[in-house]
Design a protein around this ligand. Structure first.
Ligand SMILES: Nc1ncnc2c1ncn2[C@@H]1O[C@H](COP(=O)(O)OP(=O)(O)OP(=O)(O)O)[C@@H](O)[C@H]1O
Ligand SMILES: [Mg+2]
Length: 363
């Protein structure tokens, strides 16, 4: 996240002090309370690291002209009273502010939550907080087009200037199959599990502004499941949208839905699938369902019956039901080539794009 430092000045205009207001998230993360407010302050390589607790070895190294190279010191988080409220803050020593090159004009810092510490760095790249929205694409039935729709919505969003991350609970990682021809399918060593552990995983750039974090396998430890929401929170700062291609995989799927702002449900117009859709609506809660997208639609008496049933039921809700996406051989051909529906001039796909645009507009 990006935060601004607050500077205070002496009467003669000289810098007097610098503080960083600490949000509840950061305090909770470091287990800091007004009673237990000890913090280890470390500075080196243009980065401040905060950890809860006390160090036995305080250290300081300076260059010949007094610039601080390294500082490890015990500090306390101060809880100032502001009206009725307590405002927790960290006072940052001025020599460190100088070493970091921070000034009134350049007072943005990037705060990153590490394993058991918090990193503070000057915002040299001019990063912005994005407050991304999370959507899970989910239905408890295979082959309905979860992965297809995840990819098309993601690429579509990127084309209107959004930065998108795709996650998945499916270790088959079909997103890679639908976005590159087989002979150019990207290979990866590690992905989501590594990231959640705090290690560097692979992020596959599948299009400009569309990243994909693959899933290594389907074995999930409790630690992984516990830490996953925190990781998704972090990703929301970096991306405008996080789309999750989700298969029913016990606990993981549930966590993905809990972390989502909304759920999108792909659907066939047949009895079994429509029943399955109703199950997901009940599971996720009707308020969480953003859209039900009929996919692989064929204009038959039977499908039209179920389509009408859906229209009637959803007509009374805020759930978006775009024009059904037809079952088209052109879609199969495109996916085989690793292309999206936005990357073709084929006339037949105009309708598919229109349905998806309806959805994207509401996202
Ligand atoms: N509208 C469509 N027209 C034609 N083929 C389609 C359409 N939508 C999806 N497909 C094809 O249907 C198959 C299943 O789609 P997809 O893989 O997206 O489903 P899924 O729900 O992710 O399946 P799984 O549960 O196996 O992950 C794919 O081979 C895809 O090419
Ligand atoms: Mg799939």
């Amino acid at each position: 996240m990006i935060k601004k430092l607050s500077f205070s000045y002496k009467k003669d205009g000289r810098l007097n002090g610098c503080r960083l207001n600490l949000s509840k998230d950061i305090l909770n993360f470091l287990s800091i309370t007004e009673e237990n407010n000890n913090i280890i302050f470390e500075y080196k390589n243009d980065e401040i690291i905060l950890k809860y607790g006390k160090t036995l070895v305080e250290q300081e190294q300076k260059t010949e002209n007094g610039k601080i190279l390294l500082l490890i010191k015990n500090y306390k988080v101060k809880f100032d009273k502001v009206g009725k409220y307590k405002s927790p803050k960290l006072v940052i020593p001025l020599p460190i502010i100088n070493s970091l090159g921070l000034t009134e004009e350049k007072k943005d810092v990037v705060i990153t939550l590490l394993d058991d510490a918090v990193s503070i760095k000057p915002n040299v790249e001019g990063k912005v907080d994005r407050k991304g929205k999370v959507y899970t694409i989910k239905v408890n039935k295979g082959g309905v087009g979860k992965t297809f729709l995840t990819v098309q919505l993601s690429v579509g969003l990127s084309l209107i200037g959004k930065k998108v991350l795709i996650l998945t609970s499916d270790s088959q990682n079909n997103v890679l199959d639908y976005t590159a021809p087989q002979e150019h399918k990207p290979i990866f060593d590690s992905g989501l599990k590594a990231f959640v552990k705090g290690e560097d995983g692979d992020i596959v750039r599948i299009r400009e502004n569309v990243d994909f974090i693959p899933l290594e396998d389907s074995k999930f430890s409790t630690t992984f499941l516990n830490n996953l929401p925190k990781f998704i929170e972090k990703m929301k700062i970096e991306y405008d949208f996080v789309l999750i291609d989700s298969i029913p995989t016990m606990k993981l799927d549930t966590i993905f839905v809990e972390c989502s702002d909304k759920v999108i449900i792909p659907c066939f117009c047949d009895r079994v699938t429509v029943e399955g859709v109703i199950n997901v609506v009940e599971e996720a809660g009707i308020d969480k369902v953003f859209s039900i997208i009929v996919n692989k639609y064929r204009n038959t008496t039977n499908q039209n019956k179920y389509l009408n049933d859906l229209k009637n039921v959803l007509g009374e809700t805020t759930i978006l039901l775009p024009e059904p996406i037809k079952e088209l051989s052109q879609i199969e051909t495109l996916l085989e080539k690793g292309k999206s529906v936005w990357e073709t001039n084929s006339k037949g796909l105009q309708e598919v794009q229109d349905s998806l645009i309806e959805v994207i507009k509401g996202m």
